[in-house]
Design a protein. Structure first.
Lengths: 473, 355
């Protein structure tokens, strides 16, 4: 079920009413669990079975890991959990990719290999809930947390509908304790939750789908070399689209949870005002970057084993982070570029540590622009369906093509320029600020007017019911 | 719970803040709705993929069924209520505007359709190699999720009361259609989108928007858009490739018609009226002896071309391609009588046409 659908409006209204009726806390949690399964089944009912498999396996495996004292046995149990979760993910998400690459490898070795067709439907949001569930077993294995006491709480942790399909990827230690005691939102939380939902849906429906997606599609889908101006406008449009789409989902999810009285962590913190790439990854898809840090980068040794090993760890983490997004080499290149950026930044920071110029506003502004520029280069690989498209775009962006086509009409140019300028201005203004504090300091009638304007824009845009981009990951 | 960071809530007078927000929203929506109504927009069903899928599923129900497929003329020219009055059975309208209907013909054949199928043949669309504009509707029928189904059910009551809830009045569509955008040097604009032509009923009968009858400026705008389509010169493959594509198409049509007949069904092709510049281009680029007759011949079906029957001519077609709603009753009655007599001439009697 999409947040940006009439179905969700009705669904959420019913969930909200049920949550505030005088049922027992256990009954309310059962209501939320059933609602979460319905939310997921609304796409494709059979795939609910995958949620059940993850739930059952990790529930029992984590209990067994906790009981078991022998390290070898604990490792085997953890391996079982990881094998089941990554096995499901691998089968549905990477099966076709692996098969294609196997066929290609055999071909280069001169061995003709005929593979059967691979037409598996990807269960929506599988990468998100798989990582969330794995974190539970990993935390118990690493003795960071104890197993949940209630199977109902654990099932709800795996399935909690606001963040089930596109995050934030919530840690068990953050969410499971919230299910232990009765919570409902007070009037302020409920209305603030609704306001956050409005902001999130505005980002998705109006900014991402309405204002920016047509320009990005026109450029990346043109199938030909375009002018330098159009290539940059298309890439900038996608940078705004992917942010507004994904941050819009996270903000809506946080608002939905808050309306029910639950707290989800922030997933974005104005990333297009980042000063460098370590800053960017503290602001972009925070729940994934911290997951990768805690369960991959740190176990690999992090920065504790010397500079050379740190660079390798960074690259491995980012390459796998790229592959997490999609079963395609373009995503691997996207992750690889971020790995290179992080590595280079780490090297330069070590070399120029304490330089006074780095403290000036001008330097920071320039660094923010450079970071945004380099991020846009990575978005080309993220958005392009294949390498020929990506190389064609890169060549157009650096002016290495002649006779590129003009594919954007004036209206799209205006939309991209105005909206991207607005996004960058907001990110720069909000860089060191917190949304709640800014809203608190704003006159109440201004907040009312902005809220009404966003709702009005959402309704009159009508929306095409496009799925969120990150659902496919 | 103690160590879990709870989300802060901004300190604001939330009660009166929400009240003012609601008031402003109601005022804004009222103004927006009033604006569109002042331009003759009225609540009507959206011709959405979901509505098409809803009707497509009706075909799967047991019992006699008349189904109409084709393009936008089939939507506008056939009066489904008249058809029901005359035959006792309202056709299930599965035509799709701007779309080649062979995919729907094939879909029905493959799903064992055994009723009466009326195929509207608009030459320029019927001969297209791909399904085109509304292909997503056909896919929606096969892949509709429970959420999409429910969304359609929730949407329809709103469509009946809100004039602005319409594809043509979506904010970014309106922005894009403004005439004050300058032309970018070197930009080759695509063919313009067809403006609003119909008001849909729940049965997917598409009543031609009365603005086309009453408003000369809007009518001329619609004709100007058609002119751009009529003057468009597509890049065509070589002649021998085109001929082979046409032969393949004839075979596909014949195969589908035979499949439907084998299941107990019957198929009738109709060529609905056009006039003005539209008809001139159609007759020039798609002469009936090179398109209509080979298709009818290959399919071995009754084919009813409006030019052959005085009772089907002389209808009002304000923008040359679609019939004024006031003429559809007369046209539909005449058409049913002709279909009956032509089928009878072949010794075919269909219960779907018997009152």
């Amino acid at each position: 079920m999409l947040f940006n659908s009439l179905t969700f409006v009705v669904f959420f209204s019913i969930v909200l009413v049920l949550h505030y009726l005088p049922f027992s806390w256990r009954q309310k949690k059962i209501n939320l669990l059933v609602a979460s399964y319905l939310f997921y089944a609304a796409w494709n009912p059979p795939f609910v079975i995958l949620l059940w498999i993850s739930t059952v396996v990790d529930w029992y495996v984590a209990k067994a890991i906790h009981r078991e004292q022998r390290q070898h046995q604990r490792r085997l149990l953890l391996f079982l959990s990881i094998a089941v979760n990554l096995g499901i993910l691998g089968y549905f998400k990477y099966g076709g990719f692996l098969l294609d690459n196997w066929v290609a490898l055999m071909g280069t070795l001169g061995i003709p290999w005929q593979a059967a067709g691979w037409s598996i439907v990807l269960p929506v949001g599988i990468s998100f809930y798989t990582f969330q569930t794995m974190a539970y077993s990993l935390d118990v294995y690493l003795r960071r947390a104890e197993p949940a006491e209630s199977v109902l709480d654990f099932s709800l942790f795996v399935t909690f509908f606001p963040q089930l399909v596109a995050g934030p990827i919530v840690r068990p230690t953050h969410l499971i304790p919230q299910f232990a005691e009765p919570v409902t939102a007070n009037r302020q939380q409920l209305l603030w939750g609704l306001a956050l939902m409005t902001l999130g849906l505005f980002e998705k429906i109006v900014v991402a789908d309405g204002a920016l997606a047509p320009a990005a599609e026109a450029v990346f889908g043109s199938g030909k070399a375009v002018t330098m101006v159009d290539a940059w406008l298309g890439t900038l449009a996608f940078s705004g689209q992917i942010f507004s789409d994904f941050a819009g989902y996270s903000t809506t999810a946080i608002g939905v949870a808050l309306c029910l009285g639950f707290s989800l962590p922030n997933n974005f913190n104005y990333p297009y005002a980042s000063l460098g790439f370590s800053d960017f990854w503290r602001r972009w898809h925070i729940s994934l970057s911290t997951w990768l840090r805690d369960y991959l980068y740190v176990p690999l040794g992090g920065n504790r084993k010397g500079n050379g090993r740190t660079y390798v760890n960074l690259m491995v983490t980012m390459l796998l982070g790229g592959l997490w997004h999609g079963a395609s080499w373009t995503f691997v290149v996207w992750g690889g570029l971020h790995g290179v950026y992080l590595t280079a930044e780490r090297f330069l920071r070590g070399r120029f540590k304490g330089a006074r110029v780095a403290q000036t506003v001008l330097f920071k502004f320039g660094l923010a622009l450079l970071t945004y520029f380099l991020v846009n280069i990575t978005w080309v690989f993220f958005r392009s369906p294949d390498f020929p498209t990506a190389w064609r775009m890169i060549r157009s962006m650096v002016g290495a093509t002649s006779g590129g086509a003009v594919v954007l009409p004036a209206v799209y140019v205006a939309q991209v320029v105005i909206v991207i300028a607005g996004i960058l201005a907001v990110h720069w203004f909000m860089r060191e600020r917190v949304l709640e504090e800014v809203v608190a300091r704003t006159r109440w009638w201004v907040v009312s007017t902005v809220w009404a304007a966003m709702l009005f824009a959402i309704i009159v845009t009508q929306g095409s019911g496009n799925a969120f981009i990150y659902f496919q990951f | 719970m103690a160590d879990i960071p709870l989300r802060p809530t901004p300190g604001q007078p939330w009660g009166k803040l929400a009240l003012l927000m609601s008031l402003l929203l109601v005022m804004g929506m009222g103004t927006w709705e009033g604006y569109w109504r002042s331009l003759q927009y009225a609540p009507s069903y959206r011709g959405s993929d979901g509505l098409w899928a809803l009707l497509r599923r009706q075909v799967d129900r047991p019992g006699p069924a008349t189904v109409t497929i084709g393009s936008s003329r089939t939507l506008s020219d056939l009066n489904l209520e008249t058809w029901r009055d005359v035959t006792g059975l309202r056709p299930i309208q599965l035509a799709l505007e701007g779309t080649q209907p062979r995919a729907v013909l094939d879909d029905l054949a493959q799903h064992g359709f055994s009723g009466l199928l009326i195929v509207g043949l608009t030459p320029v669309l019927f001969t297209l190699p791909d399904t085109g504009y509304r292909a997503e509707a056909v896919r929606r029928y096969g892949n509709e999720s429970p959420s999409q189904w429910l969304g359609q059910q929730i949407s329809m009551p709103l469509e009946q009361v809100l004039a602005f809830y319409n594809f043509d009045t979506a904010l970014f569509t309106v922005i894009e259609r403004q005439t004050w955008w300058p032309a970018r040097t070197g930009y080759q604009p695509p063919l313009p989108p067809v403006r609003k032509l119909f008001n849909y009923r729940r049965t997917r009968q598409a009543d031609l928007w009365t603005k086309l009858d009453d408003d000369a400026e809007y009518r001329e705008l619609a004709r100007d858009i058609w002119r751009e389509y009529l003057n468009f010169k597509p890049d065509l493959p070589p002649e021998d490739v085109l001929r082979q594509q046409f032969e393949n198409m004839l075979q596909e049509v014949r195969s589908d018609v035979e499949t439907i007949r084998a299941a107990g069904g019957e198929v009738v092709f109709i060529r609905l009226p056009s006039n003005g510049e539209f008809r001139a281009v159609e007759n020039g680029a798609f002469p009936r002896e090179r398109v209509w007759q080979p298709i009818i011949g290959a399919a071995g079906v009754v084919g009813i071309h409006f030019e052959d029957y005085p009772a089907l001519r002389g209808m009002s077609l304000p923008e040359w391609s679609h019939m004024s709603t006031r003429d559809t009753d007369r046209f539909t009655r005449a058409l049913i009588a002709i279909i009956r007599s032509q089928l009878a001439a072949r010794g075919v009697e269909r219960q779907e046409l018997t009152p």
